[in-house]
Design a protein around this ligand. Structure first.
Ligand code: TPP
Length: 334
């Protein structure tokens, strides 16, 4: 198992444009996430679940994929990752507001259950870790068809306590399936800390038990994640089997809009978490490396903000589903 170290910009083999684009995608995810939380507090979005603190892990993984070709089976914190895969802010504002045109599910799923046929994103169930089995099945289908497509499936460290997790990893390892199991470990499963969830130091310690490659990476370091994910994706694509990739993240917000983390996390823990904001960190690194010049970060922020404003205007105007269509997409038609 490898614990990746911080990766200076010049070592990731990315162009300055790619680095700026990665930063821009992190900012877009963050601002959209903030907007959805505001809509919830205004009483307009019934439910919100935040991915703040996971942006570096998600952008690092997304950039390692062949977008439009590879597949993603995400979990509810993956707002930034599904944007990287090609979804638009409007798609998620439509979902948050329960509008008929929501491309995720036509407002049938709760917000945070991402899906897009156009971008190879499989919608998932709410019971945690059920998506693991779906992803392994998708990977198995690529094997039958002799396609070189890779599937990434993500889950929290708490989800890795589920039976579905074990079944999925075991099967994928036996058949060398092209899957990357991404664990976005933010140290909490709602209020349950990692120490009450497992007796090992890292989820990825278990990779050896399944007979697959495992790696732990600093999920606050987008370039380190990009490198580790690129290796895992290449391993999967070249037929060498799955990888358990664990990205150590921070959870900046409460579990969901129905939770208040100040009730079970100490003030010191929360302050330490805020000090590890990956968006601030990448901005600082890019400015120090001369990739972002004076005013660039502000310009990127304004561009993203304008995109979200325009998207919200459209989502506001969009109609809610017709009541007569309530069962559409919910039950198969006879
Ligand atoms: C099988 C199942 N048990 C419990 C829940 C309630 N639940 C929803 S999210 C969650 C926490 C999952 O934590 P983790 O996997 O660490 O991911 P995180 O939310 O921290 O990103 C729980 C217990 C559920 N959805 N499904």
């Amino acid at each position: 198992m490898v614990v990746s170290e911080s990766a200076p910009a010049e070592m990731a083999g990315l162009s300055q444009d790619q680095l700026r684009s990665m930063y821009r995608d992190m900012v877009l995810g963050r601002l959209l996430d903030e907007r959805i939380l505001v809509l919830n507090r205004q009483g307009r979005a019934p439910f919100a679940i935040s991915g703040q603190g996971h942006e570096a892990a998600q952008v690092g993984v997304g950039y390692a994929l062949r977008r439009g070709h590879d597949w993603l089976v995400p979990y509810y914190r993956d707002l930034t990752l599904v944007l990287v895969m090609g979804m638009e802010p409007k798609d998620h504002l439509l979902a948050a507001l329960g509008k008929a045109a929501d491309p995720n599910s036509g407002a049938r799923q709760m917000p945070g259950h991402y899906g897009s046929r156009a971008h190879n994103i499989v919608t998932t169930g709410s019971p945690v870790a059920t998506q693991i089995l779906h992803a392994v099945g998708v990977a198995q289908s690529f094997r039958y068809r002799k396609e070189d497509t890779v599937v990434v499936v993500s889950v929290g460290e708490g989800g890795s306590s589920e039976g579905d997790w074990h079944e999925g990893l075991n099967w994928a390892a036996i058949y060398h399936l092209p899957v990357v199991f991404l664990v976005e470990n933010n140290a909490y499963a709602i209020s349950v800390p990692q120490s009450r969830q497992m007796a090992v130091a890292h989820v990825a310690d278990r990779a050896a038990g399944y007979g697959m490659a495992g790696a732990v990476v600093d999920g606050g370091d987008v370039l380190a994640v990009y490198r580790a994910a690129s290796e895992a994706v290449e391993r999967a694509r070249s037929g060498q089997g799955p990888t358990l990739l664990e990205a150590l993240c921070v959870r900046l917000q409460s579990h969901s809009s129905d939770d208040d983390q100040r009730r079970y996390r100490t003030a010191e823990d929360l302050a330490d978490t805020r000090a590890h904001d990956p968006v601030v960190r990448f901005r600082t690194e890019l400015e120090a490396a001369g990739v972002l010049l004076d005013g660039d970060a502000d310009e990127i922020r304004q561009e993203c903000q304008r995109l979200i404003e325009a998207a919200q205007e459209e989502a506001d105007q969009a109609p809610v589903p017709d009541a007569a269509s309530a069962l559409m997409h919910v039950y198969a038609e006879a």
